[in-house]
Design a protein around this ligand. Structure first.
Ligand code: 4NP
Length: 150
C-alpha cells in the first residue's frame, strides 16, 4: 500500500480537490489517499461549497470529506506528502523531525512542472474561476503522479 497525503492551508479548497482527483486515478487496493490542512480553522467541516461544485462538474464527489489538521504523526503514516504552495511546504517541514520526514514533502506541481517551484494558487478569496484553474492544475499534476505510481 502506498500512502499519499495532500496538504494545503485550510483543507477545504485545494487539498480536498487534490485528494478526490488523485483517488479517482488510482486503485484503492494499492493506494491510500488523504488530505489535511496546516491550519486548524475548519476542522470537521466539509470542503468549501465551491470545491464541491467544481469537483461535481468534473464528475467527482468530494462532499463527504472532513477537514483535519496536519500533525507530526502524518510523517509516519504517509509515504509521500504533496503540498500546494511554498508556505505549506515551510509549515510542514517545520514539523519534520529528521531528513527522512523532509524527503517525503514536495510541491504537487513539481510533478507536472519539475524544478519550477510552481504553486497552486489559493482560491479561497477569489471567484469561481479560481476553482476551475485549481482543478485543471491539480488534474494535470495528478495525471503525472498516477502514471509515475502505476
Ligand atoms: P485552502 O484555502 O488552503 O486551499 O483550503 C483556504 C481555506 C481557508 C482559509 C485560507 C485558505 N482561511 O483563511 O480560512
Amino acid at each position: 500500500m502506498t500512502r499519499i497525503l495532500m496538504v494545503c492551508l485550510g483543507n477545504i479548497c485545494r487539498s480536498p480537490l487534490a485528494e478526490g482527483i488523485l483517488r479517482s486515478k488510482l486503485t484503492s487496493d494499492k493506494f491510500f489517499v488523504d488530505s489535511a490542512g496546516t491550519a486548524g480553522y475548519h476542522i470537521g467541516n466539509a470542503p468549501d461549497p465551491r470545491s464541491i461544485a467544481i469537483a461535481n462538474h468534473y464528475g467527482l464527489d468530494i462532499s463527504t470529506q472532513k477537514c483535519r489538521q496536519f500533525t507530526v504523526s502524518d510523517f509516519d503514516l504517509f509515504d509521500h506528502i504533496f503540498v500546494m504552495d511554498v508556505s505549506n511546504y515551510s509549515n510542514v517541514v517545520e514539523l519534520a523531525r529528521n531528513s527522512k520526514d523532509i524527503s517525503k514533502v514536495s510541491l504537487i506541481l513539481d510533478q507536472s512542472f519539475p524544478n519550477e517551484q510552481r504553486e497552486v494558487p489559493d482560491p479561497y478569496y477569489g471567484g469561481e474561476k479560481g476553482f476551475d484553474n485549481v482543478y485543471h492544475l491539480l488534474n494535470h499534476a495528478c495525471d503525472y503522479l498516477s502514471k509515475r505510481f502505476l
